[in-house]
Design a protein. Structure first.
Length: 260
């Protein structure tokens, strides 16, 4: 597992590079690395997080050998183990900056859950998303059913979960669940370009937008209107709005860097 900060071009980007052993199987070490990256994003210089891998596959999900060992635990103890993974998903959801999954080859099981928990996804051509839990007599975790319900038609979500059939990145893109599908040799450059675009925007405004959009899936319209009112009232009095409005009126590109 490596955790690297990419700053040679002033990218203000955190990259979490998942271990390629066992095709990127999830582990407590991985939970800690991603959690560290999210915690580090509270630094105002950081604008986004890339969750990526090497070796041709994004993440194979949980290690079935570990799950065999967990059969010896009590049900309460097994719940605690699942909650460790769920805390990671909660951390991604609560990140102060956008998290971008860079999916090469595929994402399976909890690896698919992890990718779909991110804000945006860039995938390689031919990559597949697989919810194969049912083939091992298990059920989805790490928020997968929630993500699928938000992103896909119910029949397709049921097909993925009940039959464990993979869905291609191209199909996920056509349904709006993936932001871009590119050749594998262009994958990281495309993700970097997306991160660069984010870095040009107003950090605090982006963070507020991220919270609003995420909350909109789980709240009432009345509550969302109140949340938007409060966020707009706060943003309108801030430095980012002052610069953004001035730039618009002066017909120039806003200069958000250095604010905050």
């Amino acid at each position: 597992m490596t955790l690297a900060r990419i700053d040679d071009r002033g990218d203000r980007l955190v990259v979490v590079n998942m271990n390629t052993a066992q095709r990127g199987a999830l582990s407590p070490d991985l939970y800690a690395a991603i959690g560290q990256a999210v915690a580090g994003a509270s630094d105002l210089r950081i604008r986004s997080i890339l969750l990526t891998s090497e070796g041709g596959f994004f993440c194979a999900g949980g290690d079935l050998n570990v799950l065999i060992e967990r059969r010896k635990l009590t049900e309460h103890q097994r719940r605690d183990k699942v909650d460790e993974l769920h805390d990671l998903v909660r951390a991604i959801r609560a990140s102060p900056v956008p998290v971008i999954a860079v999916v090469e080859g595929g994402a399976a099981g909890a690896g698919a859950s992890l990718a779909l928990a991110c804000d945006m996804i860039v995938a390689s051509e031919g990559a597949k998303f697989t919810a194969a839990y049912v083939k091992a007599g298990l059920v989805p975790d790490a928020g997968l059913t929630s993500s699928l319900a938000r992103m896909l038609p119910r029949p397709l979500a049921m097909e993925m979960c009940l039959l464990g059939r993979p869905v291609t990145a191209e199909k996920m893109y056509a349904l709006g669940a993936v932001n871009a599908v590119v050749p594998a040799d262009q994958l990281k450059a495309t993700a970097q370009a997306l991160a660069d675009s984010i870095a040009q925007g107003p950090r605090e405004s982006q963070s507020a937008i991220r919270r609003l959009v995420s909350a909109a899936y789980e709240t009432t319209e009345a509550a969302q209107l109140d949340a938007e009112r409060n966020a707009m009232a706060l943003a309108a009095g801030g430095d980012e709005a002052a610069e953004g409005i001035a730039a618009f009126l002066q017909k120039r590109k806003p200069r958000f860097s250095g604010l905050g």
